[in-house]
Ligand binder design. Structure first.
Ligand code: GLU
Length: 487
């Protein structure tokens, strides 16, 4: 398979890139990389009403953000272009004409009403609705009559009778479909635009695609596509249909289960490497216990034979766990840059971020980085740094400050703060150690009252961050409110 592999991602630009699409793109990308093949991106925009350039841009930008670039296709060019289906209409028209002339396709003049009546009749008989072939063998006279009436016409593919169509799926094994259940289907609509099944076959064949990896929702299209490959004298690619993604209640993943678009996750401060890691585990399972993978490691390890037939369940806790892992591994600068827009939105940051503010924000981020599942959560953790009016969170906090040792602790703490030339996390750590030693009270009796006096809370970031983040003046302002009477 080496070298000759050509895979593609062929999104319909009718909305943003979704989790399922991103997973298909990733699996294809991994195959291309693994086998030194090529990844092609093609835009399937034959649904004129729902397609937009905006969605196209969104999808392509999201792919690049995930790190999934491509070798050939839209934005890139290549020998098999154009890579947008609406720019390839002549190809489809020509192929449809050929099928018409060979009798493998025919014009259908049925009206919407007629088709609907047929559908209802099928349902009433308890059969799968399908086209029953009313226009299959029209006489010349009938045709002329319909043309004279000015009826609109579609082009239908003549589905062979009494055949078993076998999809040899790399994930699902052989899946057999009876041609009789399929009904002649439209390949070109009355406005001259090809349907998905027709365009996809011509494009995959002409673009030399060797492997089609896509969502299970397309499995039932595949027998139609296989018949078209044969009718058009093309060799079909290998197919792999990856399972649906379900929500935790085991119904098909939808907005009800949480955000479904990649941009929504990006917008909440999820990292691309976490999403990639999460997406690959939606259907593929690694050989060992390890679940954390870089793209490079995945290129090594990924294979279609470890892609499961059963549905994948979207587990947001898992994504949060992975994302938290990658946030902790990231540089504080990276997370600071991602955090600033959220801090701004919450009103914590206003105006320009000067180099001094940036350095200060870095400390703020460093103090909470380990608690974040996604960067947007930062605003829940950093309120203590922005408002010098300290209110006691609860009775427990109030109680901490009532301990008889508090006045001595606070006096010693003030003294230390006054003596420090520069207040950094490093020397604050040393100062706190010295303070504990000096007071001979044990860590908790020292740290807890200082924490509560500065923040009003019994939990929060490390004191050796809180102290330098607040700085001497603001520390004094806060102590004056919370423990002044006792100092
Ligand atoms: N345009 C189709 C979709 O977005 C592509 C299906 C395929 O990969 O063949 O669902």
């Amino acid at each position: 398979m080496n070298g000759s592999v050509r895979v593609r991602f062929a999104p319909s630009p009718t909305g943003p890139l979704h989790i399922g699409g991103a997973r298909s793109a990733l699996f294809n990308w991994l195959l291309a990389k693994k086998y030194g093949g090529r990844m092609i991106v093609r835009i399937e925009d034959t649904d004129l009403e729902r397609s937009s350039r905006e969605s196209e841009e969104n999808i392509l930008d999201a792919l690049l953000w995930l790190g999934l670039d491509w070798d050939e296709g839209i934005r890139k060019g290549g020998e098999h272009g154009p890579y947008r289906q609406t720019e390839r209409l002549n190809i489809y028209t020509e192929a449809a004409q050929k099928l018409l002339s060979e009798g493998q396709a025919y014009y259908c003049y049925c009206t919407e009403e007629e088709l609907e009546a047929e559908r209802q009749a099928c349902l009433a008989r308890g059969e799968m609705p399908r086209y029953l072939g009313r226009c299959r063998d029209l006489s010349e006279e009938d045709r002329r009559k319909f043309e004279a009436e000015g009826r609109k016409k579609t082009i239908r593919f003549r589905v062979p009778d009494n055949e078993n169509i076998v999809v040899e799926d790399l994930v699902r094994g052989n899946v057999v479909f009876e041609s009789n259940g399929i009904g002649d289907f439209v390949i070109v609509k009355s406005d001259g635009i090809p349907t998905y099944n027709f365009a996809v076959v011509l494009d995959d064949a002409l673009m030399g695609i060797t492997h089609v990896v896509r969502g299970e929702e397309h499995l039932s299209n595949t027998p139609r596509q296989l018949m078209l490959y044969r009718a058009l004298n093309f060799t079909p690619p290998a197919f792999a249909h990856v399972s649906l993604i379900l929500g935790r209640d085991r119904s098909k993943m939808s907005k009800r289960h949480g955000a479904t678009s990649i941009e929504a996750y990006k917008g909440q401060g999820y990292l691309p490497e976490a999403l990639v890691n999460f997406l690959v585990l939606l259907g593929w399972s690694p050989v060992g216990e390890e679940e954390i993978f870089t793209l490079e490691e995945l290129v090594e390890q990924f294979s279609l034979d470890r892609v499961a037939k059963n549905p994948a369940v979207f587990d947001i806790d898992k994504l949060n766990w992975l994302n938290g892992h990658y946030i902790r591994k990231s540089s504080v600068e990276r997370i600071t840059d991602l955090a600033i827009p959220f801090l701004r939105q919450a009103g914590f940051v206003t105006g320009d971020v000067t180099p001094e503010t940036y350095d200060w924000l870095k400390m703020v981020v460093a103090s909470v980085q380990e608690y974040l599942a996604f960067v947007a959560q930062i605003t829940d953790h950093v309120g203590i740094y922005f408002d010098d009016r300290v209110t006691m969170e609860n009775d427990e906090a109030l109680g901490v400050l009532k301990d008889e040792s508090v006045p001595a602790v606070m006096a010693a703490f003030r003294q230390k703060i006054a003596e420090m030339e520069e207040i950094t996390p490093e020397n604050t750590r040393d100062m706190l150690k010295a303070l504990t030693k000096q007071l001979k009270l044990g860590g908790k009796k020292v740290y807890m009252p200082i924490r509560v006096a500065l923040t009003g809370k019994t939990h929060g970031p490390e004191l050796y961050y809180i102290i330098p983040i607040l700085g001497r003046d603001r520390i004094l302002v806060r102590l004056a409110q919370t423990v002044e009477g006792q100092a």
